[in-house]
Design a protein around this ligand. Sequence first.
Ligand code: S3P
Ligand code: PEP
Length: 436
Amino acid sequence: MKDSIKLQANQVALNGTLKVPGDKSISHRSIMFGAMAKGKTTVDGFLLGDDCLSTISCFQKLGVDIVVDGHEVTITSDGMESWKEPDEILDTGNSGTTTRLMLGILAGSNIHSVLVGDESIAKRPMKRVIEPLRQMGAKISGRSGGQFTPLAVQGTDLKAIDYTMPVASAQVKSAILLAGLQATGVTIIREKEVSRDHTERMLRQFGATVNCKDGVIQLQGGQKLAATHVEVPGDISSAAFFLVAAAIAKDSSIRLEKVGLNPTRTGIIDVLKNMGAQLEIEVEPDTEDKEPIGSVSIKTSELHGIEIGGELIPRLIDEIPIIALLATQANGTTVIKDAEELKVKETDRITAVVEELKKLGADIVATDDGMIINGPVTLTGGVLKSYGDHRIGMMGAIASVISTGPIEIEQASCISVSYPNFFEHLRNVSTSETLR
Ligand SMILES: O=C(O)C1=C[C@@H](OP(=O)(O)O)[C@@H](O)[C@H](O)C1
Ligand SMILES: C=C(OP(=O)(O)O)C(=O)O
């Protein structure tokens, strides 16, 4: 993918059916759990995005046999005890999920390792994970007293903790659970707001017992994982870009098939419905702890502004950039609050979203914990920065379906972090020749 992409103004209809790539959170976990389990784990629908490839490369450096054949991945492992001490750094690339979950896994291993990511990862807070892991006995050191990468982990024996989450974060929760799996005693995690529960579900799929009730998660240490088969649903965070595109472009209708509909991830559906979008959902019958999937169809919609905050935020945290674009086309005011976490993503997403949408003429202001957007506003063209953040890049690209002038996205190659065939899909649903 070339690093700057210019999209012509495309005030045309979007139509068609798409199958978005595999869920990023679930793809990461399938490799991690497969590497920890004994036996052969097979994964179908794996996301070949840069972040998930970073996870694969880390485990290959630990000596785990991983074979990628298109979207099918096979992981063959003799369990954690068989991993080798890596003689080079583990490069987590741009991936917060890889960095934080690896810390939890490696903390209880019998090896020494060093984790380094890119310049965005070097700025992202790691103390939120390292603090509880240290309470469990983990030996982790790093820059600025262990706040940032590079981080060194000396695997050691761990003991369970009872931990109340200070922030709603599935990465922190998952790191503690993965360390807890190796610890002596019962690890207890208390969540005030429920974050995505893919780790809890997948632990069960790999044969572990995890109890979740009223925001309290309990996991007995010492349980061994058994290899299994993982089906990865389409990523609702990727689907969100096309749901918004069809809602705001004229005369449009898009159907997205085999999308993950885990209730801890469907905040975007709630927002679209609450704003008045014409949306239809067909859920496929649920099977125990497997991830729920279904199809979502959406048409051009008359939208109105709403308030978005509280427990909804963790259920749509990665969708806020594209929700901001959606809000520029809604009648009235949309307030997004309680979303301070956006400041510590791949970039400060509050600043990035507000600055870039303003360049297109949006009526948007940043607040301490979110943003306020007034609509509807006709968006112009412009040259937008992606800040090397895939979700900001895709937000800018989707703006071109309604903008009056061309939109150029700088550093557009970052989009392959989560959606490598994004532009191909945008072309597929576009009825415009300029996008083809
Ligand atoms: O656990 C995960 O797979 C993720 C959790 C979220 O991060 P936080 O846990 O930092 O909220 C999310 O933003 C990220 O894209 C993926
Ligand atoms: C925040 C994200 O991912 P990560 O934290 O894994 O880098 C994201 O995909 O939007």
